[in-house]
Structures are given as structure tokens and as C-alpha cells.
Ligand binder design. Structure first.
Ligand code: UTP
Length: 298
């Protein structure tokens, strides 16, 4: 297989975020913060680390706050400078997307018809070559970032579709897309496809797909022909499986730590993980997480 650079990153951000209602009634899930940094910022930084040329955000009209967040806000920065907070203004400028570094495109997914449908909405705007898809609610912490590791591995060209995977307990296979593993080769897991949320007794492995993908463009042909699958949604995993006949699919065991920040438990875990080694929060841990505070009340 010939290698091509990953020039495009797609961020699907049009979902309903029902697991975080009522918060997501007013704030898009992708803007919920881990301490003070919105999930979308981590995702953007991961894409920046691989130097993509175009970022495509697939959003919904009710989630306009995402566009406001990711782009620069010169007026807010000027106000901060006027208030003697130049450092903060500089931090905001660094975090925001700069269209001189990378093209930024917002497209609309009219209805939340599933991840596959969202990814398909980006098709008219793709640059050539393989495409990265990043799900912001899967927070993956690590250095290098997960996508960086995958792009480097993809350079070795073992499969057209490379998906991030981690091993999960057998009892939990029903929560994930699970790879149909055919062979293991170091950090690569060769597969014949992905089965969406199989019950433990039906799962062909314990290799769960998480929200980072590098996809051969043939996936878009499969998406264009696809009817809704599990849960009435157009599943990206189905399109990957169908098009893997042409492109091949492999899992990649990333080295970072993944948090499912689409769930309250995952968000709390990520917050505790990032706060526990930061002296700024030592007092809070001492006060609320000391053993005597954990003892039952009453
Ligand atoms: P999820 O399935 O985790 O998000 O999609 P959700 O549907 O918004 O959340 P719940 O289950 O109701 O709580 C993962 C990513 O895909 C996007 C979401 O915005 C999220 O970033 N997504 C999902 C879309 O863009 N469109 C969709 O139709 C579905």
C-alpha cells in the first residue's frame, strides 16, 4: 500500500450528549471542561501535534458555542489585556485555532443520525489521502498523543483503516465496537472487521475501538450506501468493516490513558487523574478525600 500523509482531521461534534443532560441542554458536551480545559481543546491539540492542514468540525446549529470557542476572540483578549491579564490573553490566543496555520471548516449534520452519518457530512471538504477522525469525548492523555502515535504507525502502511484499540474486560464488550481479530503483531492487531457492541459470549476478542481513527477514503463510499444499523444510527464501524475488504483494517494499541468523558464516571476519573498531582488542588484532596471523609455518614 502506498502511503499518503494525513492532511485532514474530522471532529464529529453534532451529537445530543444525552448522558450529560441537563448540562448539555445549554452547553455542548464537547465544551464540558476537565478542570478548566474543554474536551474539544484536547482533541484540537492532538490534531495539531500531527500538523493536519484542514480541520473539519461536523456540528449542529444548536451547538454554535463550539465555533465560538475554537476560534480566536480578539475582543475578549483585548479586554483581558485592559484588565492587566495579558498572560491569560496570550494563553487564549495560543489555544485558539489560527487559520494561518490550518484551514478550519464547519459543516452541519442536520439531525444526529449517528457517527457514520456525521463523518459522511465532511466528505465534500476532504483533502486527498487518509483522514483522521477524532471523537472529543474520548480523552486520551499521553505523550506523544494518540493520533501522533497512530500517524507514525500508519506510515508503516499495514492497513488502510487504522483504529485505536484497548483491551477491555470480557464483561464490557457490549459497550464498545469490538475488533474481529485475525492476528497480533506487536502494537498492531490485524482484523477482519468490527462488530458493534457484541454481548460478551458473542465477542470475537476483547479489543475495543476507541475514538481515534485513520481511515482510507474508501470508507466514504461505504457510508454513502449505508442504511442505519444498531440503534437506528449510521454506524461508522459498519462502514469500516464493509470497506475493509478493499482497504484492510487493523487496531493500534496506543500508549496513553483513555477516559470516556462522554460519561459522568469518565469525566470524574479524568478530573481526579489530572488534579491529583497538581499542588493547586492538594488542599481539596486533603479535605474531601481523606480516609475519614470516606467513612459512611451517620
Ligand atoms: P456519542 O455517541 O458518544 O455522543 O458520539 P452522543 O450521541 O452525543 O452522546 P450520548 O450517548 O447521547 O450521551 C461520539 C461523538 O460523535 C458525535 C458526538 O458529538 C461525539 O463527539 N456525534 C454522535 C455526532 O457528531 N453525530 C451523531 O449523530 C452522533
Amino acid at each position: 500500500m502506498t502511503h499518503k500523509r494525513v492532511r485532514t482531521a474530522i471532529f464529529p461534534v453534532a451529537g445530543l450528549g444525552t448522558r450529560f443532560l441537563p448540562a448539555t441542554k445549554g452547553t455542548p458536551k464537547e465544551l464540558l471542561p476537565v478542570i478548566d480545559t474543554p474536551l474539544i481543546q484536547y482533541a484540537i491539540d492532538e490534531a495539531r501535534e500531527v500538523g493536519v492542514e484542514r480541520m473539519i468540525f461536523v456540528s449542529h446549529p444548536s451547538k454554535a458555542a463550539i465555533e465560538h470557542y475554537v476560534m480566536d476572540d480578539a475582543r475578549l483578549r483585548a479586554t483581558l489585556v485592559d484588565h492587566g491579564k495579558s498572560d491569560l490573553a496570550h494563553e487564549l490566543e495560543e489555544a485558539a485555532l489560527d487559520t494561518r496555520d490550518c484551514e478550519v471548516i464547519f459543516v452541519t449534520q442536520p439531525e444526529p443520525r449517528g457517527l457514520g452519518d456525521a463523518v459522511a457530512c465532511a466528505r465534500p471538504h476532504l483533502l486527498d489521502g487518509p483522514v483522521a477522525v477524532i471523537l472529543p469525548d474520548d480523552l486520551i492523555l499521553g505523550t506523544p498523543g494518540c493520533l501522533r502515535e497512530m500517524v507514525d504507525a500508519y506510515d508503516r502502511g499495514k492497513a488502510g483503516h487504522l483504529v485505536a484499540v484497548m483491551e477491555v474486560p470480557k464483561a464490557l464488550t457490549g459497550r464498545y465496537g469490538i475488533l474481529s481479530v485475525t492476528a497480533e503483531d506487536g502494537r498492531f492487531v490485524q482484523a477482519s472487521g468490527i462488530v458493534e457492541k457484541p454481548e460478551p459470549d458473542k465477542a470475537l476478542s476483547q479489543m475495543a475501538v476507541v475514538g481515534r481513527y485513520i481511515l482510507d477514503p474508501v470508507v466514504f463510499d461505504a457510508l454513502a450506501q449505508q442504511a442505519p444499523g444498531a440503534g437506528g444510527e449510521v454506524q461508522l464501524t459498519d462502514a469500516i468493516t464493509i470497506s475493509s475488504v478493499k482497504a484492510g483494517v487493523a487496531g493500534f494499541r496506543f500508549s496513553g490513558r483513555r477516559f470516556d468523558c462522554g460519561s459522568k464516571q469518565g469525566m470524574l476519573a479524568a478530573t481526579l487523574f489530572l488534579a491529583r498531582d497538581d499542588p493547586a488542588y492538594a488542599e481539596v484532596f486533603e479535605e474531601y478525600l481523606a480516609p475519614e471523609d470516606i467513612a459512611p455518614v451517620g
